[in-house]
Design a protein around this ligand. Structure first.
Ligand code: NA7
Length: 554
């Protein structure tokens, strides 16, 4: 078997001799994605701290650096999915409404240039241990390549999808062809012409790979466990003028700060069944036809709350989707009349020609719900019914150990020596505001669990969280406070709020990564804050109000 990997995560690069391998810092940021880059800029350029960034990969970009598989693209449109800093957007032009990974990587290179970030970043630097010393009130962080840093403030900005989940299929290492893992794709072009390829997983990643590979492969076999309620992307080039109009661009960012989603959108302020059937159909057609996630995030306000409303939307989606699939069996597997879970409680992916692909004679669909994968053999994939699917190449797109996986890799120990991720894996996630953990003073985690993160426009919620963290640190310095912690009671209250809000929705009704249910053995619980950005902002300011009244000062 050949595992074809990218060069993003080595951990073996030698310490950078220019800087020495022992660093004494004010602040250390771990992770160079949207949140890490902005955090470094804030701490270094606005608070004038001695701040550095450790990144396991070879460049900035985070998710968009690691996930460079064919077809990778964002499901939130630009302009909007970007930093709001004018110095960045004033001379950056997007080409497509939903940019692909190469354009997003180029954007991060642009951000790097504008903010001069790289000079304070250590690449190929993978943190495996971080522990707090109460006496000196500092974090000591160790990396796989032998660096050690001491910092007053530690910002773990590894995002929610830092660790890919790969099922432990028997015989995985015996495969004689090439295996590609979506989150560690090689930088070189992968040629599938004339090959029999398999894609396992039909989340956004699987769908994007399938759409690309099925163009050229001799035969494509798709292994689906749960049908994706994918929506048409309606990709387009950005019309000239859209980005050039400074006033309207500023307005997008202003408006985005006032909504729950961090996008300049609101759901229809009406319940589904209060609209007449004609009105409802017209609304559905408009939202579905507009493309993108609109049918999901600007649908009637009760879409994710009321089962009847939800079913109405599902039925519309199924009718539209089924009409695109010729084969009755594929139709029933891809868009069943009876949904396997409520619509939208697993994130719908955006697709371009996904459903029509199954009308091609050389694209076949295997239901691993009916017959799970039990083994990988040198020549292919075996399912429980004994069927061997012979293939030359496999793409594994089986999702992520969301949040906990990435935190686990960083090896955070609280001030009593307990591993935070281990505790989370046993007892469930505990945070305050999704950013702080009791027993971990001066540790902050933007875009992690228990925050609106994946239920908001990433850059908008990240900018808010980073500003909040920077504000707490600024106040600490003004007040002469060495360290801040959060109480167990704050954590309990926050978890209660996260859970109660999620339980008002239909989200707990699916086995999704939103609930941690995609990883065997992981506690099943709401992992994200569904109260929206408006309430979330209030909660954050309540904690940091006055002289940091909601925090324990040490
Ligand atoms: P997802 O959305 O978690 O998708 C993973 C897919 O892999 C999904 O279809 C899973 O089926 C499937 N899967 C997982 N384990 C198995 C096994 N053992 N056998 C067969 N199929 C399996 O991850 P993505 O990377 O696509 O997207 C993640 C998010 O990142 C995305 O929503 C964007 O917001 C960004 P399941 O549905 O669990 O039955």
């Amino acid at each position: 078997m050949t595992i074809v990997e990218g060069a993003s995560s080595s951990g073996n690069a030698p310490p950078n001799p220019e800087h020495g391998d022992r660093l004494e810092l004010d602040a250390l940021v771990v992770g160079g994605g949207f949140s890490g880059c902005y955090m470094l800029h804030k701490l270094r350029d606005e608070l004038n701290l001695n701040a550095k960034l450790f990144e396991a990969g070879t460049a900035l970009g985070g998710t968009w650096h690691r996930n460079r598989y064919p077809g990778a693209r964002v499901d939130v449109a630009v302009p909007g999915y970007e930093y709001s800093m004018e110095q960045i957007w004033n001379d950056w032009k997007w080409t497509e409404k939903y940019p692909g990974q190469p354009e997003l990587q180029a954007y991060f290179n642009h951000v790097d240039k504008k903010l001069s970030l790289s000079k304070d970043c250590y690449f190929n630097t993978e943190v495996y241990d971080a522990r707090f010393d109460t006496e000196s009130a500092t974090w000591t962080v160790s990396t796989k390549d032998g660096k050690r840093a001491r910092a007053k403030y530690l910002i773990v900005a590894v995002g929610f999808a830092a660790k890919q989940h790969v099922p432990d299929w028997k015989g995985l290492d015996t495969f004689a062809g090439d295996i590609y893992y979506s989150a560690n794709w090689p930088t070189e072009y992968v040629d599938v012409r004339g090959k029999r390829v398999a894609v396992i997983g039909t989340g956004s990643t699987g769908i994007q790979i399938i759409q690309e590979w099925a163009k050229d492969a001799a035969e494509t076999t798709v292994f689906q466990r749960t049908p994706n309620t994918a929506l048409p992307m309606c990709q387009s080039l950005l019309p000239p003028g859209v980005q050039e109009d400074r006033a309207s661009r500023l307005q997008i960012f202003e408006d985005s700060k006032k909504t729950n989603s961090g996008l300049e959108i609101w759901p229809i302020p009406q319940n589904t069944m209060d609209a007449s059937p004609e009105e409802r159909l017209a609304a559905y057609e408009r939202l579905y036809g507009g493309g993108g996630l609109w049918f999901w995030n600007t649908n009637y306000q009760d879409l994710l709350v009321d089962p009847i409303a939800n079913r109405e939307a599902y039925d519309f989606w199924a009718k539209k989707t089924r009409a695109r699939i010729d084969d009755p069996r594929a139709r029933d597997l891809l868009a069943p009349l009876e949904p396997l879970h409520p619509f939208g409680v697993k994130r719908p992916s955006l697709e371009q020609n996904y459903y029509e692909l199954f009308n091609k004679p050389n694209v076949r669909l295997v239901s691993t719900r009916e017959s799970p994968i039990v083994e990988i053999r040198p020549n292919g994939i075996v399912t429980e019914d004994g069927q061997l699917y012979e293939v030359d190449m496999i793409a594994v797109a089986t999702g992520f150990d969301v949040v906990t996986g990435g935190i686990k890799n960083v090896g955070i120990k609280d001030r009593y020596g307990f591993d935070v991720a281990d505790q989370w894996n046993k007892q469930g996630v505990r945070t305050h505001l999704g950013m702080m953990v009791s027993g971990c003073p001066n540790l902050f985690m933007p875009y992690s669990a228990h925050s609106p993160s994946v239920f908001s426009n990433g850059p908008t919620s990240i900018e808010f969280q980073v500003r909040w963290i920077a504000d707490v640190i600024r106040k600490m310095r003004e007040l002469g406070v060495r360290a801040v912690d959060v109480s167990k009671e704050s954590e309990q209250a926050w978890k209660k709020e996260v859970t109660e809000i999620a339980n008002m929705t239909l989200l707990p009704k699916a086995k999704s990564w939103y609930m941690g249910a995609n990883i065997p053995g992981k506690p099943v619980e709401p992992l994200f804050y569904l109260g929206g950005m408006i309430l979330y902002r209030e909660r954050c300011w309540e904690t940091s109000r006055g002289n940091l009244d909601g925090l324990i000062k040490m």
